[in-house]
Design a protein around this ligand. Structure first.
Ligand code: UT7
Length: 323
């Protein structure tokens, strides 16, 4: 194995949090014309967690706390907090600033916007700080209250998403081996418009901040992106499917994962799949799946993992991690 060996970071701990309220497919069938059979067959979701009183910051804080506890790191030891959300409580301050405040940390903190792929963009950003020797401990968090950006009368989107947060604490090491990123600026396939406000001078008209998605276009893009990114990582690191212990994919649709696994030639049982319980939690999806995998005790030191994600931007990414 000829791995590209760049001094970067290793993952010291992970955490997640989902709101208390569980909404099943049967619950949704009372809101819109849908049913458990359609949602399970087409997407693979049985239920999702939805906020009632919790804010996006609340979810992020709980996941961050869990990751810090898991890593044995105190908030005051953090040198940097990086966060991502498309459904935050404020346009400003950033989610990262709110996490910093709630944790009582004093380090630098800011957000990156890359929708469902954001956790991987955060890892790459963190790697740059580690490579420059600027940080020793970094917290990365993806948190979403997507229930507030859904049109709950639109059955083609409201059944797909869920709320939740995932986090990881990074420390010095050489576990982040390689990563690929692709961005294709495009608002037609997938977007969440900002509220346009009420400027007396604007002719743009009112917009609602709801998720809009061309489902089938997104589906095709997703499968191509996952396969292309994983193949690139394997090829340029001279690895085969046998060398990879687990793939942690963005949880958007069980059929997307099935199809990508088949095409890329990695057995499906190496893919972490938890979409049935949480739906698509965008930037939180990969770190939630990673936390569940980590806490299951199935990963050992030196295991190779691939994380892979795609979504609004359009943006997709994959990275190779040695545990
Ligand atoms: O993280 C962001 C990335 N997002 C994704 O990766 C999403 C990718 N896309 C998908 O997962 C799938 O395209 C969807 C799950 C969104 C939709 O599944 P599909 O198999 O592509 O269904 P479709 O849009 O082609 O719709 C098929 C039928 C339509 O009815 P007709 O026109 O055939 O009569 C829809 O109206 O299914 C209908 N339909 C529903 N029926 C019951 C759409 N939503 C529902 C629903 N319940 N919730």
């Amino acid at each position: 194995m000829a791995l590209i060996n760049i001094m970067s970071f290793r993952i010291l701990g992970t955490g997640m949090y989902v709101p208390e309220r569980i909404v099943t497919n049967d619950d949704l069938s009372k809101l819109v014309d849908t049913n458990d059979e359609w949602i399970m067959q087409r997407v693979g979701i049985h239920e999702r967690h939805v906020t009632t009183h919790e804010t996006c910051t609340d979810l992020a804080y709980e996941a961050a706390k869990a990751a810090l506890d898991n890593a044995g790191v105190k908030p005051e030891e953090l040198d940097l907090i990086l966060a991502a959300t498309v459904s935050g409580d404020y346009a400003c301050p950033s989610l990262a600033c709110m996490i910093q405040k709630r944790l009582g940390a004093t380090c630098m903190a800011y957000d990156c916007v890359a929708a469902c792929s954001a956790f991987l963009f955060l890892l790459e950003t963190a790697a740059g700080y580690f490579a420059r020797g600027k940080v020793k401990k970094v917290l990365v968090v993806g948190s979403e209250r997507l229930s507030r950006v859904l049109d709950w009368t639109d059955r083609s989107t409201c059944v797909i998403f869920g709320d939740g947060a995932g986090a990881a604490v990074l420390g010095e090491g050489d576990g982040y081996l390689d990563a690929v990123f692709n961005v294709y600026g495009n608002s037609e396939v997938l977007n969440i418009p900002s509220y346009q406000g009420a400027s007396p001078f604007s002719t743009l008209g009112e917009t609602h901040p709801y998720v809009h998605m061309l489902g089938q276009d997104t589906f095709k893009y997703a499968v191509t992106a996952i396969c292309g990114d994983i193949k690139k990582l394997l090829e340029r690191n001279s690895l085969s499917a046998d060398d990879i212990k687990f793939v942690v994919p963005h949880q958007a649709n069980k059929r997307i994962i099935d199809s990508a696994a088949r095409r890329v030639g990695i057995p499906l049982d190496k893919f972490v799949i938890n979409i049935e319980k949480y739906g698509n939690t965008s930037s939180a999806s990969v770190p939630i799946a990673l936390d569940e995998l980590h806490r299951s005790g199935k990963i050992s030191d030196d295991d190779l993992l691939i994380l892979t994600a795609f979504g609004g931007g359009l943006a997709d990414a994959a990275c190779l991690i040695r545990w």
